[in-house]
Design a protein around this ligand. Structure first.
Ligand code: ZN
Length: 373
């Protein structure tokens, strides 16, 4: 049986451990000990070295009791956004929140807590299972970079579940977009704004025209685009010669991602050329998209397990990326599951204790369901 007190205590203990992106070492040390104590073989990969940060991803493996049963992995990320240090969790009736000046860090320590409790219950109840892996990543909040550098040779599972989504247990993310980051520079010509404005080329005015011509916002049901930052200019009496514009495009469809990225690039080049300015545009591919069908193994299993627990399975698309994007890209079908974390990335973040408990019960049910024919 999932133990409500035990999972709550462990969750509170973990959110008190500082682990902002790039500084996950304390969580790695904590989990190595916990997982080893639970009988798993634990390996830390070399992602930390590649990223120049203090810790790598953890891949822990519980051997199968029956090798004919499917091998599963469960994953959550170790890092938190800022302000995520010195978190003091407060149990407030049926919910846990922070004391108010930091995030709570339920994103994603609620996922870690559910995985640990599941591993414990599976062994306490001697449930039959195939290989079970727990994968804990670093640097997720910095563009999924831990998952990007994950040592894939350590993954033995044939399907996976990431626990990193809002929405109550039973929420199953089956599609998520790919994302491009766009950095555009418009280079004009500086001049004195009062004495010789005709000698200048106003980079701000050119950038504004280019931006005004862009497709932005929700472009279609699969695609969004945004300009988020504009920087440029030095003084009101100088015609500005340089503007930097930062934006993004996301799409569930790779061709649309390329198409709208190209449109944005062309808008800057064309507008700059029309006004005697120059544009440079850099595109960085941040992460791939994924799309699962209801019949794909992790989705079918998550749906069956939800129904067995009396939860209503809700299949959804997400507008954001998660480590599931990379796991799917690596060829292991992986769904992202809702764990009830709410108002994440704000100081109002909270989670219901009932959802912490239900997430662990749900993972146990997934293991049980996988063992049935
Ligand atoms: Zn997260």
């Amino acid at each position: 049986m999932v133990n409500r007190e035990r999972i709550l205590e462990e969750f509170l203990e973990m959110v008190r451990i500082d682990s902002p992106s790039g500084r996950e070492k304390k969580m790695v040390v904590y989990l190595k000990e916990k997982l080893t104590g639970l009988g798993l073989e634990v390996v830390e990969d070399r992602a930390g070295e590649k990223l120049g940060t203090e810790a790598g991803n953890l891949v822990a493996t519980l051997p199968a009791t029956d090798s004919r049963l499917p091998a599963l992995f469960f994953s959550a990320h170790l890092d938190t956004v800022e302000s995520g240090c010195g978190i003091e969790p407060v149990v407030d009736g049926e919910v846990v929140r922070s004391a108010g000046d930091t995030i709570l860090g339920g994103d994603d320590k609620a996922g870690i807590a559910a995985i640990l409790e599941m591993l414990r219950v599976v062994q306490e109840e001697k449930l039959p299972h195939g290989v079970i892996q727990a994968v804990f990543t670093v640097m997720e909040e910095q563009g999924l970079r831990g998952a990007l550098h994950l040592d894939r040779s350590l993954l033995k599972a044939e399907m996976g579940f990431v626990l990193d989504c809002d929405g109550p247990p039973g929420t199953i993310i089956v599609r998520a977009p790919a994302q491009n980051k766009i950095e555009a520079f418009v280079v004009g010509k500086a001049a004195h704004a009062g004495i010789a404005p005709e000698e200048g080329i106003n980079a701000i005015a050119v950038a504004a025209k280019a931006i005004a011509s862009l497709p932005l916002g929700r472009i279609d049901s699969e695609t969004t685009a945004n300009v988020g930052i504009i920087e440029g200019g030095k003084a009101i009496n100088i015609v500005p010669d340089m503007v930097r514009v930062l934006g993004e495009v996301r799409s569930l469809d790779g061709q649309k991602l390329d198409h709208y990225t190209q449109k944005i690039k062309e808008a800057f080049f064309r507008t700059a050329a029309e006004h005697g300015a120059r544009a440079e545009v850099k595109v960085e591919f941040l992460y791939p998209s994924f799309s699962l069908k209801e019949s794909d193994p992790p989705v079918a299993l998550a749906v069956r397990a939800a129904r067995a627990l009396g939860l209503e399975p809700v299949l959804k698309s997400s507008g954001g990326g998660s480590d599931a994007n990379y796991f799917n890209h690596y060829g292991i079908p992986t769904a992202n599951l809702g764990i009830g974390m709410s108002r994440v990335h704000t100081t109002d973040e909270y989670i219901k204790i009932a959802d912490l408990e239900m997430s662990a019960r749900y993972l146990v049910e997934i293991v049980k369901t996988a063992a049935k024919k």
